[in-house]
Design a protein around this ligand. Structure first.
Ligand code: URA
Length: 187
């Protein structure tokens, strides 16, 4: 079976196993992610927002546009990478995802990554970082590539584009840190 078919099966499993029924109830769409199932780099955000919930696609609002711009800055397009979230249904009113919600989706995120087999996982924001490397502070490790043997991919921690969008200094930091992707993918 090809990778896209395996990813589609995973989507069906989330529905048949009724993962996160409270969020499923209020959300319009289950947003698995999109992009190239053979990508070397996978971006992992927090959870879908309103625009994403309406369209069924991750990162299409203001932070998605900013992400696209940063990708273009390192000569990548969305079709070259894979983009997903820790939590795959929109939390109501854009509240932070709860620990129980992040835990419910974690095995499915791991299964997604086992299918894609990226070289680099880019965490966007603290929820995503804490899932992979609990205890680390984003203010201390942003821009660093961490390969400590826990996973078969390296991890690059970045600030969330939504946090950096309207904050000049965070924005510059994020754009600078983004260069690490190019450096670590070896061109
Ligand atoms: N923010 C996220 O973390 N994920 C999205 O898909 C959109 C905005």
């Amino acid at each position: 079976m090809d990778k896209q078919a395996l990813l589609d099966n995973l989507r069906s499993e989330i529905i048949t196993q009724a993962v996160c029924p409270e969020l499923a109830e209020s959300a319009q769409n289950l947003i698995m992610g999109e992009g190239n199932p053979d990508a070397q780099v996978v971006f992992i955000g927090e959870a879908p927002g309103k625009r994403e919930d309406q369209s069924g696609r991750p990162f299409i609002g203001a932070s998605g546009k900013f992400l696209n711009e940063m990708l273009a800055g390192i000569n990548l397009a969305r079709q070259d990478v894979y983009i997903t979230n820790i939590v795959k249904y929109r939390p109501p009113d854009n509240r932070d995802p709860k620990t129980s919600e992040k835990e419910a989706f974690w095995p499915y995120l791991m299964a997604q990554l086992e299918i894609i087999k990226p070289q680099l996982v880019v965490t966007l924001g603290r929820h995503s970082l804490q899932g992979f490397l609990p205890g680390l502070q984003i203010s201390q490790v942003h821009g660093q590539v961490i390969s400590d043997g826990r996973y078969s991919w390296s991890i690059l921690a970045l600030y969330h584009p939504a946090a950096a969008l309207y904050n000049g200094s965070l924005r510059r930091t994020l754009v600078d840190d983004f260069q690490q992707i190019e450096t670590n993918l070896g061109g």
